[in-house]
Design a protein around this ligand. Structure first.
Ligand code: F6R
Length: 365
């Protein structure tokens, strides 16, 4: 049931405060420790892990890019992220100390399932992060962490992605507790940051008006660019995919520092550029990239953290997200991008919940 919303996608975007709460529920105790009741029988199973692969398709792969950064940052275990349809054919180096994390909303994606089987055949342990605990991927994995997004109907994934990011963050803390790699201070800050997210996402949703106007203004654009550095780049990839799949406007996500190595040639007068600037250590660097595209005539929508008012001078429009820890910023920064994709498609009159040529669950290879 869509209720008050015109489309499932918009409803699912607005459900995110609730789904984030649900994914956290019962997983953070009153001493702020993270535990997964589902993983209790597996206690200690991850102690000897030396290498982690994250394997998925599409939006779930984009969640993996952020999740991999979280795991590396908190545990210092090296992580490699792969697209499932590449991973399974590229003879990956797997030992019995390898953990493969597969990520899938539906739990039925053929390439992800095949990558899971291939990983187990080679001796890895497989953890599935999935939204469907009765799915094939959940059934065939060694361990399962369910995301609690509830049924996702719109083909374009929104609430599944943010709950995947949250599940990755919880899992990273869990692993770090086992390996004792996380200092008390950061641990406390992270848990506090996680608990603040639902209300912060609500705030982003309430301030959606500028984003909506911007979305309507790009409907006739031939092409559009998303730029960012670090985790902002991972979020840019997701924003670009979302826009492509439902608006059919061509877009590309680019690591901001790579622009001058080729893509800058495509920036013309009025080319829309969405710049993600939530990485404060990289702030100045991304701002100088914004100036580069502005100098070629681009129209820039900046997505940044409240308080960065100087960006008002560099960008044409700004959407502010509430302050959070760097590792958690993607959960907030993606929300305006979901809305841009939604409102651009709405302005174009597209079939938002069922975009052309796409299926919700990809059970063919
Ligand atoms: C994009 C989208 C797809 C899926 C991909 C994997 O909005 O929904 O890119 O993320 O097909 O699907 P799951 O997560 O079900 O394995």
């Amino acid at each position: 049931e869509k209720g008050q919303f015109e489309h499932f996608m918009l409803k699912e975007i607005h459900e995110q405060p609730l789904t984030l709460r649900n994914t956290m529920l019962g997983r953070i105790n009153d001493r702020d420790e993270v535990s997964f009741p589902e993983l209790a029988p597996a206690a200690g199973a991850f102690k000897d892990v030396e290498k982690i692969f994250i394997v998925a398709c599409g939006t779930a792969y984009h969640a993996g890019l952020v999740g991999g950064a979280m795991i590396e940052k908190l545990t210092r275990i090296p992580v490699q992220c792969d697209i499932a349809s590449e991973f399974r054919y590229r003879d990956p180096i797997i030992t019995d100390r390898t953990l493969v994390v597969v990520v899938s909303q539906s739990g039925e994606t053929a390439d992800t399932l095949a990558a899971l089987h291939e990983s187990r055949r080679r001796g890895a342990k497989v953890l599935a992060i999935t939204n469907v605990p009765t799915s094939s991927i959940a059934r065939d994995a060694d361990f399962v962490i369910p995301t609690m997004a509830g049924p996702e109907i719109a083909v374009a994934s929104t609430k599944a992605y943010t709950t995947q990011l949250l599940a990755f963050c919880l899992f990273s803390i869990y692993l770090a507790q086992e390996k004792r790699t996380l200092g008390q201070k950061l641990h406390a800050e992270l848990v506090q940051g996680l608990k603040a997210l639902p209300v912060q996402v609500e705030k982003v949703l309430e301030n959606a008006n500028e984003v909506k106007l911007f979305a309507e203004s790009i409907k006739d654009a031939d092409s559009l660019f998303f730029i960012g550095r670090g985790l902002d780049y991972a979020v840019a990839l997701e924003g670009s995919l979302k826009l492509k799949e439902i608006s059919y406007i061509h877009s590309e996500a680019y690591a901001a520092g790579e622009l001058k190595h080729g893509t800058l040639a495509l920036i013309e007068k009025d080319t829309p550029v969405i710049a993600l600037v939530t990485h404060m250590e990289l702030y100045e660097k991304t701002v100088s990239n914004i100036k580069e595209v502005k100098a070629r005539g681009a129209r820039v929508m900046g997505i940044t953290v409240e308080g960065n008012v100087e960006l008002l001078n560099a960008a044409d429009e700004i959407c502010f997200i509430p302050p959070s820890l760097q590792l958690l910023a993607p959960i907030l920064a993606v929300v305006p991008l979901q809305l841009i994709a939604y409102y651009a498609s709405l302005a174009l009159g597209n079939d938002i919940d069922k975009p052309r040529n796409l299926a919700k669950s990809v059970t063919v290879e």
